[in-house]
Design a protein around this ligand. Structure first.
Ligand SMILES: [Zn+2]
Length: 243
């Protein structure tokens, strides 16, 4: 097939193999053996990532299951919840199951989060990303180091979940909306292994505390935020893995 045919093919109107509706221009979502429209894709599990390798039959089954899940949400009652401005975990400890909403201010029936049984969880752990950059200042038209040098450390905390659920296999749930920053002044902290970065930074600050009071207060608050979300992640994992 020539390039022209490929382009023409992309603009050709197709039919959705799931709902039978017409697929608009460039709105086609490929399946392994057919086509799917955007509206039908929206009905799939929020954590589902394997659409292109799913057959028309598998997608039909999933959409049927999704409607049952939406019904079952009416009987879902959390006994405890975790989450601030990002992922919201609703956990029903009595019936040993949970759901995760992407944010707290969404309609649960619209998002239709998959109900996951505790026993379906294979792996669940606090996950984190860490990076640091030196902050510089403009002096005589050049970016130069502060004296002593300043660094900005960036943390993001997640709960990583791997399950046996047929459609919600794996997800990394962010625990806060904005990256957390910690600011230090002094030598460069030695490169840290990701998961130890927060402890390393705390030890580092024992050696090189901020010089003035206001910076000390700010850094304490920044570290507190990091520990708050790290502990929240641990608590979520404990509640589900030991529940
Ligand atoms: Zn459709």
């Amino acid at each position: 097939m020539g390039l022209f045919d490929k382009i023409a093919g992309a603009f050709e109107k197709k039919q959705c193999d799931i709902c039978g509706g017409e697929i608009g221009m460039l709105g086609n979502k490929k399946l392994e053996n057919g086509n799917c429209c955007k509206e039908c894709v929206k009905k799939l599990s929020p954590w589902f990532t394997d659409r292109k390798h799913s057959t028309v039959e598998e997608i039909r089954e999933q959409i049927e299951y999704r409607e049952q899940n939406r019904e079952a949400l009416k009987d879902f009652h959390e006994t405890v919840s975790f989450g601030e401005d990002s992922s919201l975990f609703l956990i029903d400890q009595q019936n040993r199951r949970f759901v995760v909403l992407p944010r707290s201010n969404v309609d649960i029936y619209q998002v239709n989060p998959d109900i996951i049984e505790f026993d379906q969880v294979r792996e669940m752990k606090l996950d984190m990303s860490y990076s640091s950059v030196e902050e510089k200042i403009m002096r005589d038209g050049q970016r130069v180091s502060y004296n002593p040098p300043r660094y900005e450390h960036t943390f993001n905390f997640y709960v990583k979940i791997v399950t046996d659920h047929p459609y919600a296999h794996e997800h990394r749930c962010p625990l806060h909306a904005r990256s957390l920053k910690v600011h230090t002044a002094g030598p460069k902290m030695n490169r840290s292994y990701r998961l130890d970065a927060l402890e390393d930074l705390t030890r580092f600050l024992d050696y090189y505390p901020p010089i003035n009071y206001r910076d000390r207060v700010q850094v304490d608050r920044e570290l507190d935020d990091c520990y708050y979300f790290a502990h929240m992640g641990d608590e979520i994992c404990r509640t589900i893995m030991r529940g």
